[in-house]
Design a protein around this ligand. Structure first.
Ligand code: AMP
Length: 570
């Protein structure tokens, strides 16, 4: 498969906003792809080369890409710089300048998807002395053989700016459509994906033999997609929904999945990144656990014995930096509160009921700093309320109610888990929203160049982001500077293609950063697009910035459906 064909499809995708059209365009590519090409293609579409937990980074900055364009195009540095200034997008600069040169070029090899992928993998793997020079040379070689449109997408890819706005669900749909002409294979494909979080691997297996995705099994060191929680507003609603259920404390820490096989231990974040090095104390404790092969998950956070209180992950990290790891670990030791089990000694536990998983988890825990989450089985709303109050008393976020019979719902938001947070009811309500744009500072804020953010929630039905608030308060001066720097790096010229909006910010940014935003209530407004009905969307009243949620990715933000639910109670 020629890379140019893929680049043309990307260009079409960028012009479309409908999920169905995008799915069809991708399905047509998968139809023609061999399993190997399909695997590489799926990674490329996501702007990746390998699954996220392998932590591969292309490591090419603008400066190096500018240099490669200069060398491949033959234009002087000044011209390349001016074009960049004008276009603000190096992809377009590469397309334009290499296109002009192309007319005189005779010895062009046609680039295939596989050769582009292999070169990019080599670029990412070059390290040590002279690695930048060899990265640039490889990119120049790619440019020499690429068509102008191919050069545009290669450039955006190496800079980490592909941003097609195609989410995983669209790729999964496209695979199904490529085989059957409809979405009938979506469910087994999605299940396989949720069990390994490796979109390339799933694509390859499916394109080799669709039946094989049905036989997918969990593997140690391939993190599974975390299960997600629904929310309800009161203990009695929870009892109404689940009846007799388990109630656990909800710890406001850092969600991690622990994988152990023999002596090897790895830790993955909720965003499926490998974080092993950040948790040496947890790794040591896990090594001593009885099971030889196990995958379980929990929340890591610090607890201070003296004042008997928990510290959020942010506070924990802050203290670790301030007092140094050793002193902080003594005063504020990190605990892992394990709350679920995925795999034990060769057995996939995700299919067995919650209570059985819990019993198995308790068969080898607690151990040292690894505890099990506090859990009680309850039948009455009053019991939930007492546990909720007790959790708040310990400075925890609230509670999680769990369906005793439900399997582990990897990657899904189901009523198997229901959260009740302190922010409900009388106290402060918050959502996790994605930043899609920002505003210039006015008045006293001019000197920061930052005046607030436009935020959106995720509509999981349409796979699109929908705006919900313009947040201008709650930022400290330090934060304003930090935000401006951070968002400047993510600035894009056009609005994100997977965003529905009415109002425009001064600058658009790629939807990537998630922030927790507090508000007083939710109202209907024509300015926002969240859950829009008859021209009016849902909007937050008096939104205030609380904190950045580094642990969440854009697709883990609060969903439109959740906001609609909350609107009913506000
Ligand atoms: P939220 O981030 O508000 O959607 O709440 C869901 C998150 O609560 C999960 O992703 C976990 O990180 C966290 N959590 C804390 N304690 C528990 C628990 N006992 N069971 C499940 N999740 C928990």
């Amino acid at each position: 498969m020629r890379f140019e064909e893929v680049a043309k499809a990307f260009s079409e995708i960028e012009k479309r906003s409908g999920r169905l059209e995008m799915t069809d365009l991708l399905a047509r590519l998968f139809e023609k792809a061999t399993p190997e090409e399909g695997e590489r293609l799926s990674y490329i579409i996501q702007g990746e080369l390998r699954p996220p937990y392998e932590g591969i980074d292309l490591g090419m900055g603008e400066r190096f890409v500018l240099e490669a364009i200069r060398r491949a195009s033959g234009y002087p540095e000044r011209v390349v710089g001016q074009e960049f200034e004008k276009e603000g997008d190096l992809g377009i600069v590469a397309e334009k300048l290499l296109g002009k040169k192309r007319q005189q070029s005779l010895f062009q090899k046609s680039l295939s998807v596989l050769s582009v992928y292999n070169s990019m993998l080599k670029i990412s793997r070059a390290c040590g002395e002279g690695s930048q020079a060899s990265k640039i040379s490889r990119l120049v070689e790619l440019y020499n053989n690429a068509t102008p449109i191919g050069a545009k997408y290669i450039t955006r890819f190496v800079l980490g700016q592909l941003r097609l706005g195609v989410g995983d669900p669209t790729v999964l749909d496209a695979l199904s459509v490529s085989h059957e002409g409809d979405k009938s294979w979506r469910e087994p494909i999605e299940r396989a994906y949720n069990l390994c979080s490796d979109i390339g691997h799933v694509s390859r297996v499916f394109l080799e033999d669709p039946q094989k995705v049905k036989e997918f099994r969990i593997e140690v060191f391939k993190p599974i997609m975390p299960a997600l929680a629904e929310r309800l507003a009161t203990p009695s609603e929870i009892i109404g929904k689940l009846g007799k259920c388990a109630v656990e404390y909800k710890y406001d820490g850092f969600r991690i999945a622990v994988h152990k096989k023999g002596e090897r231990v790895e830790i993955y974040s909720r965003k499926l990144e490998r974080m092993t090095a950040m948790f040496p104390d947890v790794v040591e404790a896990v090594k001593k656990l009885k099971p030889k092969e196990v995958i379980f998950e929990g929340e890591a956070l610090a607890f201070n014995e003296e004042d008997k209180r928990f510290y959020s992950f942010q506070e924990t990290m802050h203290r670790r930096r301030k007092y140094g790891l050793e002193k902080a670990s003594r005063q504020y030791p990190l605990y892992l509160f394990a709350f679920d089990l995925h795999y034990l000694e060769g057995e996939d536990c995700t299919t067995i009921p919650y209570l059985d998983r819990r019993k198995k988890l308790e068969s080898f825990l607690p151990h040292r700093i690894i505890q099990t989450s506090k859990m009680r089985i309850v039948e009455k709303a009053g019991e939930i309320d007492s546990l909720f109050q007790a959790a708040l008393g310990m400075r925890l976020e609230g509670i999680m109610a769990k369906d005793l019979d439900a399997p582990y719902t990897a990657g899904k938001r189901k009523f198997a888990w229901i959260k009740l947070k302190k922010s409900y009811g009388k106290e402060m309500d918050t959502i996790d929203a994605v930043i899609v744009g920002y505003y210039r500072g006015k008045g006293s804020r001019t000197r920061f160049g930052f005046g607030g953010i436009l935020v959106a929630v995720y509509n999981s039905d349409s796979s699109r982001f929908e705006t919900i608030a313009k947040v201008g308060s709650g930022f400290t001066e330090e934060e304003m500077e930090k935000f401006q720097k951070m968002l400047d790096e993510d600035r894009v010229k056009r609005s994100p293609s997977n965003l529905d909006y009415e109002i425009e910010p001064d600058f658009w940014v790629h939807p990537r950063h998630v922030v927790e935003v507090a508000y007083d209530n939710i109202t209907r407004s024509p300015t926002h697009t969240c859950g829009r009905k008859e021209g009016k969307g849902l909007a937050l009243r008096f939104p205030r910035m609380i904190r950045i949620r580094d642990d969440k990715g854009p697709f883990n933000a609060t969903t439109t459906k959740e906001v609609e639910e909350m609107h009913k109670f506000s």
